[in-house]
Ligand binder design. Structure first.
Ligand code: ZN
Length: 228
């Protein structure tokens, strides 16, 4: 098996690109993996769309509260190892919106799809505690609509966030993709910005398609990172 520990020890700058599989050991299920259980209106691709927020804000709110919020979730061994490694020499670019990389102490994190617990009012722009949003998506101060600061289907990535993610990928001589099928664009496209000689590897539960030359470690990421 590929020696991830040795590769990390030898690298000058390690960038981890992470997805839902990193947080499942913290008790946060991957909403995409529930597959066929959803009806057309509650498919994640529609439920989490800008169209749904605009046209059915109550249904949007109900879905997000029911499926995405796990406020008592704690970082796991993967988050801890990544924080230790990247605080010394690296960065994390994550698709996750749960804030667990930062909760583990990681200082160099780009949240490519935003943060679920960052709730803002569309009328006044103020931030509101997420606990208020769990009760209602109406801002009690002015009646404005509240929403989480996450990237919905149909919405662009913030250009500053995109630029930060690209910088993190460009800086790396070792890129480790963890817990994502790497099929969601534009996240997966970030790999195009890697240095030509950068070492690319992925740790995932199931085999996934990767660019030529990449190494794949098929296995449980929690077990792999517990050894680092
Ligand atoms: Zn407001």
């Amino acid at each position: 098996m590929f020696d991830l520990k040795q590769a990390i020890a030898q690298a000058h700058f390690v960038t981890f690109m992470t997805g839902a599989g990193v947080s499942t050991a913290s008790g946060i299920p991957d909403y995409r993996s529930k597959g066929g259980l959803y009806s057309a209106m509650t498919r994640p691709e529609y439920a989490l769309s800008a169209d749904n927020l605009r046209d059915h804000h109550q249904a949007f709110h109900d879905w997000v509260v029911a499926n995405m919020f796990y406020p008592s979730a704690q970082p796991n061994a993967i988050h801890a190892a990544m924080a230790r490694i990247t605080n010394a020499k690296g960065a994390i670019v994550t698709q996750n919106v749960d804030g667990l990389h930062q909760a583990a102490g990681a200082k160099h994190v780009t949240e490519f799809h935003g943060n679920l617990y960052d709730i803002r009012c569309l009328t006044c722009g103020r931030r509101v505690p997420y606990q208020d949003y769990l009760e209602s998506d109406v801002h009690t101060v002015d009646g404005g609509r509240l929403r989480p600061h996450i990237v919905l289907y149909g919405e662009p990535i913030d250009p500053q966030v995109s630029a930060a993610a690209i910088r993190a990928v460009q800086a790396a001589d070792l890129i480790v993709v963890v817990g994502t099928s790497f099929q969601v664009y534009p996240f997966a496209g970030l790999i195009l910005f890697a240095q030509p000689n950068a070492l690319l590897l992925a740790v995932n539960r199931e085999p996934i398609a990767l660019p030529a030359g990449a190494h794949l470690v098929v296995g449980d990421a929690t077990a792999v990172f517990a050894t680092l």
